[in-house]
Ligand binder design. Sequence first.
Ligand SMILES: Cc1ncc(C[n+]2csc(CCOP(=O)(O)OP(=O)(O)O)c2C)c(N)n1
Length: 361
Amino acid sequence: MPADFSPQFQPATKPAKPFSMLTEAGKLRRDAKPDLSEAEILDALRLMKVGRAFDEKCLNLQRQGRLGTFAPIFGQEATLVGTAMAMDPKRDWAVPQYREFPVQLRQGLSMKSIILYRRGHPDGGIIPDGVNVMATQVSLAAQIPHAVGLAWGLKLKEQDGVAVVFFGDGASSEGDFHESCNLAGVVDAPVIFLLQNNQWAISTPRSIQTGGADFASRAPAYGFPGVSVDGNDVFAVHKVVKDAVARGRRGEGATLIEAVTYRMSMHTTADDPTRYVDPRDLEVWGKRDPIMRVEKYLSSQGKWSDELAATWDQEIQDEIEAAFAEADAHAPPDPTAIYEHVFAEPTPTLARQRTEHFGAQ
Ligand SMILES: Cc1ncc(C[n+]2csc(CCOP(=O)(O)OP(=O)(O)O)c2C)c(N)n1
């Protein structure tokens, strides 16, 4: 028997080094060139700041009992904004989980609509025609098969859009994720799996989420490429998503992107991370702040100043207050709406409950 007649076991992969363009100190790495114009970089910074300010406002209101539960994006702004900036809102679809506020905004959903959603108003669930965003999904990974179907549909209709589906490291342990990747690989669906590895699934740490070295390396087994990116580097995220969008448009199929980031705040407003997060981790990741990094970069280019920062802060506050005023002026929901919008014809149980609560129609 020849000496090399033995089975070839595929070795487990080593963790990929996340692709990065901008250092924590706000310096471009050697040969790195942002694929964004100066105006687009300012747009990206602005949207990240809007995201953070909106979180702060919503958290204050939630703590006063004036807003429902929501999931802050603090720390993940570059992943969300870098991705959104690489999409074409007219052609491409965003398929969110529940932590994608800046993406929804950039795709054309209004801040008012997001406020209504967080207030539990049924109108907050309405997505206007022409806005390429799917509904917020709380059931983990349930949006991923929809995204593959959507992308496959775009391909069958010979449209050149892509679907970008957002989910976390935790959701990637669900069967829906694996089944979706499998189908996407078979039909070459133009879908981008945007896995936000924020190191936590509520209190479950990354270390026990998977035995794999990373998440990106799962992709080749499904027949498409995967890439790991520094999720706190808006230039790097934008670049990898832009390349993945181009692949999708060229008919080359799916891409899995693992954005390595950190959830700096609570999972949702119903969570108390002080019970399980080591404050030293917050210190380490705080130095990698995605917004600070771009500010440092722009300062070094002479394009950012304390005065400009103060002007922007005021403008952003005004924008948020105006959206809340618009939401306040919106007619309150009809209480009977709780029985609508799920079944075309109410089930007998629903019909009976409705009559018990509100009387015969
Ligand atoms: C099918 C399902 N199982 C469990 C939950 C409860 N749950 C809500 S969020 C969450 C953790 C999600 O973590 P991850 O997917 O990493 O996303 P992240 O919230 O960190 O962005 C869990 C277990 C759920 N919403 N849906």
